[in-house]
Design a protein around this ligand. Structure first.
Ligand SMILES: C[S@@+](CC[C@H](N)C(=O)[O-])C[C@H]1O[C@@H](n2cnc3c(N)ncnc32)[C@H](O)[C@@H]1O
Length: 429
């Protein structure tokens, strides 16, 4: 196979695709400067967002707030076992639970009364696990009040609810509050000690650990996080996912920037309107955090609300965290089937329709799965190459794969169609 190895050698001076640096399987958004407009509307509100959101959802946990309800069709079979109180206190705008699979570990950001968690619990089954995180005590007690009863009805107990900020998923706020009760903050030294305790907890005893979740879902919550914290929020989302995991987030987007006077309206903020992402910026936020293979899997045709001509609607985005690691040449190729003339992945590597394009092993594995698989023909090598003998592959360098690499180098082989293969009864090749 010496000639095949020579064919795949990286040319002198070429940029080498190393650990998650240049392949589309990126680690973080460090290489992608975040534009100012990204993940937020142009201005920053000058209201106390935490206070207004806290007040609104404390009340909404105790009595149904119809103004917060956005019509969503959930799968009835999963609602049957849920208490009416939980169904009534549904403040979601989409149904990310549709994308959850049996056996998975699911994290629901801003779990509210727990409805999505209890739906997901039924889907993932006894082998799976569902974790809800919410910052609001009243919402947490609503979700926890029915935990045992719902578990009994489902037939297994696989839900857990934690108090935390979704932009800081490592810190368990109930543990922190217990610490603060024993160690009250009375001066700046106490404050520094409490901060340092929280920091240690995040490192050594994280509420949601690194690479621990198969799928992060959220239903109408991210828009409630203050703009300055959104980059950290998406970084957290990426951190907790396993490689190969995904995020499926339903949230409210706007088709135009939301002007200052609307952003400074506490009622519109807590009502999931003023904090809406501008629709393309919602996708950019995932890209900037390092996600790949983004797809809009749901978008309300009709606007949920219109204010001063601006349309607000629900959108659901699915995004993947792809495997990290070196780009190695395992002699694999893919052919993009179309219909577009060419497509680019999240690292800007292009596949042209019909071309047998060389890819590294990691990319080949990613392309073998959702969301890419259906659009591609995978062309494995005739002889597999072990990682030990593989050479480094430059994912940025568009190369066609020599067909002899994937079909073998039997130059003396002749196989002609058999005589009579194309018969008149239509039984042709
Ligand atoms: C619109 S409700 C949606 C609740 C739930 N996902 C549902 O489908 O009914 C928003 C929820 O997010 C919670 N929330 C808002 N901002 C949060 C944050 N930064 N961290 C944690 N929870 C938050 C609120 O307490 C509230 O329960």
């Amino acid at each position: 196979m010496a000639s095949l190895r020579a064919q795949s050698r990286v040319p002198p001076g070429a940029r080498i695709a190393g650990y998650g640096t240049t392949s589309f399987l990126r680690l973080t958004a460090i290489h992608h400067p975040v534009a100012k407009c990204c993940i937020m509307n142009p201005s920053r509100p000058n209201i106390d967002i935490e206070k207004t959101v806290h007040k609104r959802y404390s009340t909404a946990a105790l009595e149904t707030q119809t103004a917060l309800c956005c019509p969503v069709e959930y799968d009835d079979q999963y609602l049957e076992i849920l208490p009416k109180e939980l169904i009534d206190r549904d403040y979601g705008c989409g149904d990310p639970s549709k994308y959850v699979r049996p056996g998975e570990t699911v994290l629901d950001l801003g779990s509210g009364g727990g409805k999505i968690c209890y739906i997901a619990s039924q889907i993932v089954g006894p082998e799976g696990r569902v974790v809800g995180v919410d910052q609001n005590d009243e919402m947490l007690s609503l979700a926890r009040r029915f935990q045992n009863e719902v578990g009994e009805r489902i037939g297994w107990h696989n839900t857990e609810f934690y108090k935390g900020h979704i932009q800081d998923l490592a810190l368990d706020l109930e543990r922190f509050e217990a610490y603060l009760a024993d160690n009250p903050v009375l001066n700046s030294s106490d404050w520094a000690r409490a901060e340092s305790w929280a920091h240690e907890q995040r490192q050594a005893n994280a509420m949601i650990g690194n690479h621990s979740i198969d799928v992060v879902v959220s239903n109408c919550v991210l828009n409630l996080v203050r703009p300055e914290s959104r980059r950290q929020l998406f970084t957290e989302l990426f951190r907790v996912l396993k490689c190969g995991g995904r995020a499926v987030i339903s949230d409210i987007v706007s088709d135009e920037p939301v002007p200052d006077h609307l952003q400074n309206d506490p009622n519109l903020w807590s009502g999931c309107i003023s904090g809406a992402f501008i629709e393309h910026d919602f996708l950019r936020a995932f890209e900037d955090a390092g996600f790949c293979g983004l797809e809009i899997v749901g978008r309300q045709a009709e606007a949920w609300a219109k204010i001063e001509g601006i349309e607000f609607r629900s959108m659901t985005v699915q995004a993947f965290k792809i495997d990290e690691g070196p780009c190695l040449d395992l002699h694999q190729a893919v052919i993009y089937n179309g219909p577009w003339k060419s497509v680019s992945n999240d690292d800007g590597c292009t596949l042209r329709r019909g071309e047998r394009t060389s890819v590294c092993g990691k990319t080949f594995d990613a392309y073998s799965q959702n969301p890419y698989r259906e659009q591609l023909t995978l062309v494995p090598p005739i002889h597999s190459v072990s990682e030990e003998e593989a050479e480094v592959f430059d994912c940025q360098d568009h190369q066609l794969r020599d067909p002899r690499v994937t079909k073998g180098n039997a130059s003396s082989l002749n196989i002609l169609p058999e005589d009579g293969c194309c018969s008149t009864d239509g039984d042709c090749c």
